[in-house]
Design a protein. Structure first.
Length: 439
């Protein structure tokens, strides 16, 4: 519970005495303290909130869009989320990066001394707070995937863990064990990190969040924008990661988690690197951001080409047990992370790629092709149909099914307010930069 936010909202409507009483009740409820101790805590919170928000200072203020993260779908791997990510590039502006946020890849790239250096960071799945090991395992694997699909090899991993005030210290150890398990299996060291409490004393409860980042180097890169007309699309078998684990946990089908605990994706990438095929491949990606629906849309957008998939071939590369579960629960596998490796290469190279990956013991199939035009399509029962990301990724937990995947009726109005917030952030950045330069 964010007691600072709670107090801030309450003080706008009620007297300090009433806020103190309500806040003390919440603190007692969560922490199990005596009333007098909770009241002292509440008094201090109210004092801090009053001091922090009673004066105006431009650098501390931010333009309020009036649109919440949840209602705009940020973090939900769909239309709203993708829109916000594209807006980040506008705020960052021009840079010396070879691959930046505007290219819609999951890793960014700079070039130094003739070498490409890639950096990626992934947040742990928000619903895996009480399952630190699998949270650490899958976020580490995800960060490494982002480096590999850029055509670079991971050289180091770093982590950042935040646990709320009442969280058990053992969560740190279990989480690090999950991270280092992947590091040990792939021979990439975990070399740095940070451990903090979420919100310090102002957030009570046991929630854990954080991220894992990875750095890689290489002589070639394989960004999404390099996909070319006439290329074919290959996919390796995907059993999912944090998303499928979350589905398994909250639907009570826990045995499916074992299907996700592997390093097949990394094994497939290593086989491609070792075979010397990297320079012949145009683009690689991992099927994560809103599934094939989301990733295909982004690849089409940055490459200026159309992606076409064959439904039955795509279904064939989803882990059989995982696919059974998704279909039983009526979850569209095309709209969520299945963690397959997508290789886009000339038709004459696909056989070599398949041979290299299969020799490493990983299933891989040719599932589609790139053609002129725009948009993405799936061929099912002989009919070519357009596919697009939904407003949110496929609803894969009971609560997500209640929230739904539909786009809000007022999305365009919300988008305009988000655009205004972006312009205000850019304006603020420019003012601060100019002020510091002119000191």
């Amino acid at each position: 519970m964010d007691i600072e936010g709670y107090a801030r909202r309450m003080l706008a409507e009620k007297s300090e005495d009433k806020v103190k009483q309500r806040l003390a009740e919440r603190i007692c409820e969560i922490k199990g303290w005596k009333k007098e101790d909770a009241e002292k805590w509440a008094e201090a919170v109210i004092l801090e909130v009053r001091n922090a928000y009673s004066k105006k200072l431009p650098v501390l203020e931010y333009y309020k869009s009036g649109i919440s993260m949840g209602e705009f779908g940020v973090g939900s791997r769909g239309k709203g989320d993708f829109y916000v990510h594209r807006k980040l590039a506008e705020i960052i502006g021009e840079s010396s990066a070879v691959i930046s946020t505007e290219d819609l890849d999951d890793a960014g790239v700079v070039k130094r001394s003739g070498k490409f250096i890639s950096v990626a960071v992934d947040g742990i799945h928000s619903r895996l707070s009480e399952f630190p090991f699998v949270a650490g395992f899958h976020v580490t694997r995800a960060a490494m995937r982002d480096i590999y699909v850029m055509g670079t090899e991971p050289v180091a991993v770093f982590s950042d863990i935040h646990i709320a005030d009442d969280g058990d210290v053992a969560k740190i150890f279990d989480h690090i064990a999950g991270i280092s398990a992947v590091c040990e299996l792939t021979d990439v060291p975990l070399i740095a990190g940070s451990t903090l409490r979420i919100g310090g004393d102002m957030v009570i409860g046991e929630r854990m969040t954080g991220c894992v980042g990875c750095v890689g180097t290489g002589d070639y890169i394989t960004p999404r924008k390099n996909a070319q007309t006439g290329d074919v699309i290959l996919l390796t078998e995907g059993a999912g990661g944090g998303t499928i684990v979350t589905t398994a946990i909250y639907y009570g089908i826990h045995e499916v988690i074992e299907e996700t605990l592997n390093t097949d994706f990394i094994t497939a990438c290593k086989s491609i690197f070792k075979s010397g095929l990297l320079k012949k491949i145009h683009s690689m990606s991992d099927v994560t951001n809103g599934g094939i629906r989301g990733d295909a849309e982004e690849i089409s957008g940055v490459s200026g080409n159309s992606l076409v998939f064959e439904m039955e071939k795509v279904r064939s590369i989803v882990n059989k047990r995982v696919l059974e579960v998704l279909e039983e629960l009526e979850i569209d596998f095309m709209g969520l992370s299945i963690d397959s490796l997508m290789v886009i290469c000339p038709e004459g190279v696909s056989g070599e790629v398949k041979k290299a990956v299969e020799s490493a013991g990983v299933q891989i199939e040719e599932v589609g092709w790139i053609e002129k035009g725009g948009g993405c399509y799936i061929i099912e029962d002989g009919t070519k149909k357009p596919i697009k990301p939904r407003f949110r990724e496929s609803a894969y937990t009971p609560l997500k099914k209640v929230v739904g995947e539909r786009e809000p009726a007022d999305f365009e109005e919300m988008r305009k307010k988000v655009d205004e917030a972006v312009l205000k952030a850019i304006e603020k950045k420019k003012k601060v930069v100019e002020r510091i330069k002119n000191k």
